[in-house]
Write a protein that binds this ligand. Sequence first.
Ligand SMILES: Cc1ncc(COP(=O)(O)O)c(C=O)c1O
Length: 369
Amino acid sequence: MARRHKTPVFVLDHEKIRQNYKEFKESLPRIQAYYAVKANSNPEIVKTLYKMGASFDVASFPEFMTAYQNIKRLGKKRRQDFIWDKIIYANTIKCIETLRKLDQYKPFVTYDNIYELKKIKRYCPHAGLVLRIKVPNTGSMVELSSKFGVDPGEAVDLILESFKAGLVVEGISFHVGSQCNNFENYMQALQLSASILKEAESRGHKINILDIGGGFPVRYNSKAKSFKVLAKKLNAEIDRLFPKTIEILAEPGRFMVANAATLVTRIIGKAIRDSKICYYLDDGVYHTFSGIVFDHCQYPLKAFKDGEKKVCAVFGPTCDAFDTISVAEALPELEIGDYLYAENIGAYSIASSTYFNGFPPAKIVHINK
Ligand SMILES: Cc1ncc(COP(=O)(O)O)c(C=O)c1O
């Protein structure tokens, strides 16, 4: 495949995506999965997941249109407009222009502060609201709580303000941090949500949607916690804390796509520096390996050749020393022109690839579509 398509090539396996969706649904039967498009916004992924029954979480107007335009068939109508069932705009901060454009779709949007509430009221009055609360992100690979979420102690007041402004708070949401290996975050978030819903109800506002966000862990290595164990805990806690009538959704991103892609890259240069072998690849940190920086993730490299492994450094192709994939990779001795591959690189990788130094992102090849 690498010879046919030339490297770097990002091979995306749609059968893996379907398996991930099935595993998610079977393990969490009460929860509708809204795929977080930001993890990998390739439209073919949206189509595959839509066919499986997924809905979508978007973070910008272009992502909204990617989801909207690729939804070919209408979903089962549960509210006045199918869009409510299929897309949540889950970025709590939206520019005025975006709000204006979204309004005609009667969107389902998250918010977490009074300034955003006022903007929504003025520029997107047909929106249904989901209030995002701040919850513990302790021990998650990517921390989000420093940037998003109303303090739980202020949540009910903001809900009351929202109704007073003539808007409808449909739900509350949280995010425990991405690649969450500390399930206590979810347990605490559910407890906080349950007490906010209870208090809002006692103040006259029954809220019927709970959005438990993303964070579901992927098996990158043996240290990752088990999704199946998490699902069991979530099911038990949700049954204990919430009435049967509540609609629950989640925004899994990484879980759906991380293990569905393998990158194949090629060695374009080799040098010995300070007695260490250095390989230069045709893909790097400004491209598919951008997840090393933005996602705090590591993608071990594998060779197609056998041989005694030696510690080496691996760099990307650009003119920047920051473009360092690893300073301690264990690989057999390789030559210019040899291929390497990295597995589990489907999430937050090509999504944040740039054109730095004029190198384009890797070519995407779809298999098992
Ligand atoms: C609001 C929101 N929802 C969902 C996700 C997806 O999270 P994950 O990939 O951990 O499932 C993110 C990730 O940053 C997010 O910010």
